[in-house]
Design a protein around this ligand. Sequence first.
Ligand SMILES: [Fe+2]
Ligand SMILES: [Fe+2]
Length: 407
Amino acid sequence: MNQVNVFTAKPGMVLARHVKNKDGRHLMDAGTHLGEREIRILKMWGVLEITVRPGSGEAAEEIPAPSDGKINSFLAKWFSKNTLKDAVVKEIVLLAKDWYETHPGSLETLLGRIRASRESQKGDAGGESPDLPGLLSDNVKLPALPQIYSEINAATKDPKCSGKDIADIVSKDTGLSATLLKIINSAYYGFPEKIDSLAYAAMALGTRQICSLAMGITVINYFKGMPGAALDMEAFWRHSVGCGIMARNLATHVRGVNSERVFIGGLLHDMGRLVFLNHFPGVSGTVMAQAGKLNLSLHRIEPRYFGMGHAEFGSRLAQVWNFSPEISALIRDHHLEFETPPDKEVAMVYFSNWLVSALGIGFSGNTVLPKLNRRAWEAMEISPSALVPVIRQVDRQITEAVRFFYE
Ligand SMILES: [Fe+2]
Ligand SMILES: [Fe+2]
């Protein structure tokens, strides 16, 4: 399947996946043959990227790579908060150049998202006055997660709980069971044979892993049910899933790191932003407008308007929802400007968020790429050359992973 920017889409292409607008409203079915009319509709609804069947319209292969000059001038601006004197950054800029050259359409998509995000924000808070501690303590304003979530969560804390017990709990929710099995059987996990029962899945993956995966899916489904936010939700989840699988792939290069934990931390790292966007769209718009005007990241502006940033809020939400203290810390510190070397897993989620942003994998609403914190980079103890296979893996896994987690 090929990712194609709508502005380079051509009649004759066939959609490989359903298309939704940024509010999550279904627009077109997978299998739709695109004509001029369909392409016009997609543009009208603000869709930026579609997935088409390879070879369809013969145009997927024909999209010209952006010129060297265009990529170079974009990268110079995009990495302007970083310095090329830093050998690691220099190496990553080369990887980013290769990424944008080999993913035709991705640069245009990112530029379109940055432009749209900056232009659409009015800076009018609409009379909202966010009370985040109040929101966390009021389960009417912030509805509780479904019952099955608490059962899975309790199971993770019970040392006597077996794989069979977990399987029994999860199988009460047929949708969740089906999603779990699909994910476990995907290339992402790469088990040599098909796993067709939850009890066997718990054995193959471990009970704790299966639980955190089930909790992650439940949280994503919870947010899917929230009203539309002023953001392309598919792009948002592509950013989050990308961060999770980047962290998990990095973890395979470093000893002593729990790969499933960094995956869940990466997957949920920006969930605080989703609550901001859903509950306080006016103030979120002001924050985005201010961030654009001052050329700063959202997390630098949020505390002025919300009393805390989305990372801190997401971490408190994770505590309310009884995620482990380690996962809560991964969420809390994903934008930290570390003054002392961070924990390896914290560094991994921090760096994965930074790298997926640098490569324009999905979009979280940030129109600025911050400076890479060297202490986080050094804490991971990996060499820049290890990033090449990691990025290649993420590239192979991302589309399937987004489909399983988000669609
Ligand atoms: Fe974030
Ligand atoms: Fe993020």
